[in-house]
Design a protein around this ligand. Structure first.
Ligand code: ATP
Ligand code: MG
Length: 449
């Protein structure tokens, strides 16, 4: 009895697994904070005699009083056993099988406990399968303790049992949440060598959670960063996208730079961040994306990648113009060159090309403010995105602030006001030779179009 009271207040150590087991009074997570579907999934598993715990990001976010983005469940049932338990479910992935359990409009990811430091591939459907021989080892099932040990950070290896309202903590993740420390499980160097992408995850989580990186976790990164060169680019892209869409892209990108990791992930940031206009532009773009995500507004990856690549497009555009090309063909050639070049680096999927190009191609049309042209531009399906893009260019000083303001007013104005706003001379000005400038230096002046 006394032991029960003590363990209720202080938690207890499981002799079988070595995990610290914390009662509700110690971890403070309330069942009401948890998605009904996730609870139901754990319950169904338990009724069938299996374990069913919430795991990973959701438990961490609940401890930090944040609203989890999604709820993942870990179980000792095999994928096939899970699938049989839920009518609306399907097994996904080949090398690393997980089960998607559909519940209302939500999907709960159910993962079977895995052993050893295998590479994470939960969403590996699109992952290239160039690492032969990993097929079997990626599906080696294990105990819950094994499963905890193969995870990356202590704060990501927490398991919540909804039935008993207990948290199982294998590596001190609850304490690390309290002191806001990001700590790799096991020997950091070994863990980075097993999977170099974990280095990018350090930057992502430190930025997203505003956590301090434990010195031992940070230390090997500087020397091991080049290992990222051997990772399939699609995987790097996935991790980059997670960082950029995390709501803390600005901090994340600067974190990467501080860790010397932007070479591997966004090589283009190398050049951009060293150029003052480029840096102002990217910072403005990342800040806007973060703000949109904070307000639950949709943020489009294509728009964001369009901004990340813009300083290069601009630089090429200017160079081609300086070499005598006409503005419009010069812009189109610059777009293609930059898109081709980045494919060797970051592998932005082609599905984003169309939208990026449309946004870029519309930029010169904002300069044309007479006759019917502004009205036609307003009607363009991509007007809104292109206008948002223009505002970023204005904010960074690449074009006159006045141009952005004009378009803001023009949209809000009624017909009569619009007519008075039109500028007399809207046709492209005859080309004058521009002074040669340092690449990327926009000098705060509108680009002639
Ligand atoms: P978020 O809320 O940002 O999605 P998350 O913790 O859910 O955070 P995911 O990338 O979705 O992060 O991964 C889910 C879980 O899988 C992590 O919490 C971690 O335990 C484990 N994991 C993911 N990637 C790795 C990896 N490369 N190495 C080890 N464990 C990993
Ligand atoms: Mg997640």
């Amino acid at each position: 009895m006394i032991r029960r009271i003590i363990s209720k207040v202080f938690g207890r150590k499981s002799r079988a697994s070595g995990a610290q087991i914390l009662p509700q009074s110690k971890h403070g997570i309330r069942r009401e904070q948890i998605d009904d579907c996730a609870l139901k999934t754990c319950e169904t598993l338990a009724q069938a005699g299996f374990k069913g715990y919430l795991v990973g990001g959701a438990v961490r976010d609940l401890l930090l009083d944040k609203t989890p983005k999604d709820f993942d469940v870990a179980t000792d049932a095999t994928p096939e056993e899970v699938r049989r338990l839920f009518r609306r479910s399907r097994i996904i992935g080949r090398r690393f099988q997980i089960v998607h359990v559909m519940c209302g409009r939500a999907t709960i990811e159910v993962t079977t406990f895995r052993a050893n430091g295998q590479k994470e591939a939960e969403d590996d459907d699109e992952r290239p399968t160039d690492e032969h021989g990993r097929l079997l080892s990626d599906n080696v099932f294990g105990s819950m303790g094994d499963d905890a040990a193969r995870r990356d950070f202590t704060i990501n290896a927490l398991y919540y049992d909804p039935a008993r309202e207990e948290v199982h903590d294998y590596f001190g993740g609850v304490a690390d949440c309290k002191t806001r420390v990001l700590r790799m499980i096991g020997d950091p160097e070994t863990r980075y060598r097993e999977d170099p992408v974990r280095m990018l995850r350090v930057a992502r989580f430190a930025a997203k959670l505003d956590f301090h990186i434990d010195p031992d976790t940070r230390k090997p990164v500087a020397t091991l960063a080049p290992l990222l060169a051997n990772i399939p680019r699609a995987r790097i892209f996935d991790e980059a996208l997670k960082l950029l869409m995390s709501g803390h892209a600005l901090r994340g990108v600067h974190q990467l730079r501080a860790e010397g990791l932007h070479h591997g992930m966004l090589p283009l940031l190398d050049t951009i961040l060293d150029d003052p206009t480029g840096e102002r532009f990217i910072n403005a773009a990342l800040k806007t994306t973060d703000a949109r995500i904070a307000q639950d507004k949709p943020a489009s990856p294509a728009f964001l990648f369009g901004t990340l690549l813009w300083p290069q497009v601009l630089q090429r555009w200017r160079a081609l113009e300086a070499a005598g090309e006409k503005p419009q063909p010069a812009l189109f050639a610059a777009m293609d060159e930059v898109l081709d070049a980045q494919r060797g680096q970051l592998a932005i999927p082609r599905r984003y090309d169309g939208m990026m190009k449309e946004i870029w191609a519309l930029q010169p049309r904002f300069e044309q403010r007479g006759g019917q042209r502004p009205y036609r531009l307003l009607e363009h399906p991509r007007f809104r995105a292109a206008y948002d893009f223009l505002l970023l260019r204005a904010e960074s000083g690449e074009v006159d602030a006045e141009l952005g303001e004009w378009w803001t007013r023009f949209q809000e104005a009624d017909d009569d006001e619009r007519a008075t706003m039109l500028l007399a001379d809207s046709s492209p000005k005859p080309r004058r030779r521009r002074k040669r400038k340092k690449p990327g230096d926009a000098g705060g002046e509108a680009h002639p179009a």
